[in-house]
Design a protein around this ligand. Structure first.
Ligand SMILES: NC(=O)c1ccc[n+]([C@@H]2O[C@H](COP(=O)([O-])OP(=O)(O)OC[C@H]3O[C@@H](n4cnc5c(N)ncnc54)[C@H](OP(=O)(O)O)[C@@H]3O)[C@@H](O)[C@H]2O)c1
Length: 246
């Protein structure tokens, strides 16, 4: 992809799932990646090893994105290791699915704090070190557009990311930084394991025109495109990647 070699990216939630696929795709295109997870784990370490095969300068950092103090400390470390960065990919996210009647205040607070406030915390702290012509890409969800049964907290957090993206695109245009959001459909990761198999096969799959789940690499390739020079005139866009579901 055009214009990516030698650039630097911060990717949250890159220990596994979509974030790992994003880090891998960027690394294969010559980008040095500051990978990020909430805590040390064997999977995070393995993911780093795989990404370093393609981009030896890549490193792994830890912070809970909902915690401002941890994010500030993380960004200080990124600055020491990388100086400035070109791309910020806000991918980390969680779900606690229940109907509103059963949803606890903890379920609401934690999902909003991690998904929405975490995205804000990352942008607020990383923005001062983002280069001109940089890119901010937020991973929202089709649920943020269409809603979903049992996901009022998750849907609200992902809809919030859409509003944040559209507003920030207008604010950062003068700095030549583009801001876009991707809305994945159902994608094969740990997060999907929270949906019972029966519901997935009998209710959700038949609604997807392409009749299959997304591979994490199919979300990652769109992130890489949005980081490339080919996407230099796209900002404030909300892009579903959902097999035709919406
Ligand atoms: N999978 C889907 O069907 C789907 C559909 C639409 C949108 N999305 C969105 O895509 C993004 C990635 O999802 P995924 O399916 O790849 O999820 P996943 O496999 O569950 O991975 C989640 C990632 O987020 C990190 N994370 C979780 N809580 C965090 C916190 N408090 N602070 C920092 N990092 C944290 C995890 O790090 P640890 O390993 O340290 O826990 C992990 O790297 C999410 O924003 C999700 O909402 C997913």
């Amino acid at each position: 992809m055009k214009g990516l070699a030698g650039k630097t990216a911060v990717v949250t939630g890159s220990s596994r799932g979509i974030g790992r696929a994003i880090s891998l795709d960027l690394a294969r295109n010559g980008v040095v990646v500051a990978m990020m997870a909430s805590k040390p784990s064997r999977r995070a370490k393995n993911s780093l090893k795989i990404i370093q095969k393609y981009s030896p300068g890549s490193k792994l950092f830890f912070a809970r994105i909902e915690n401002r103090v941890e994010v500030e400390a993380l960004v200080r470390k990124i600055k020491i290791n990388f100086g400035r960065v070109d791309f910020l990919i806000n991918n980390a996210g969680i779900n606690h699915d229940k109907t509103l009647v059963k949803m606890t205040y903890f379920d609401w607070d934690e999902v909003i704090n991690v998904n929405l406030t975490g995205t804000f915390n990352m942008i607020k702290n990383v923005l001062p070190i983002v280069n001109k012509n940089g890119r901010i890409i937020n991973i929202s969800s089709i649920v943020g557009i269409g809603g979903a049964y049992g996901q009022v907290n998750y849907a609200a957090s992902k809809a919030g990311i859409i509003g944040l993206t559209k507003s920030l695109a207008k604010e950062l245009a003068k700095q030549k930084i583009t801001v876009n959001a991707i809305c994945p459909g159902y994608t094969k990761t740990d997060m999907l394991k929270t949906i019972p198999n029966k519901i997935l096969i009998e209710r959700l799959l038949p609604q997807i025109p392409l009749r299959r789940l997304a591979e994490p690499s199919e979300i990652a390739s769109i992130v890489t495109f949005l980081c490339s020079k080919n996407a230099s005139y796209i900002t404030g866009e909300i892009l579903p990647v959902d097999g035709g579901l919406l």
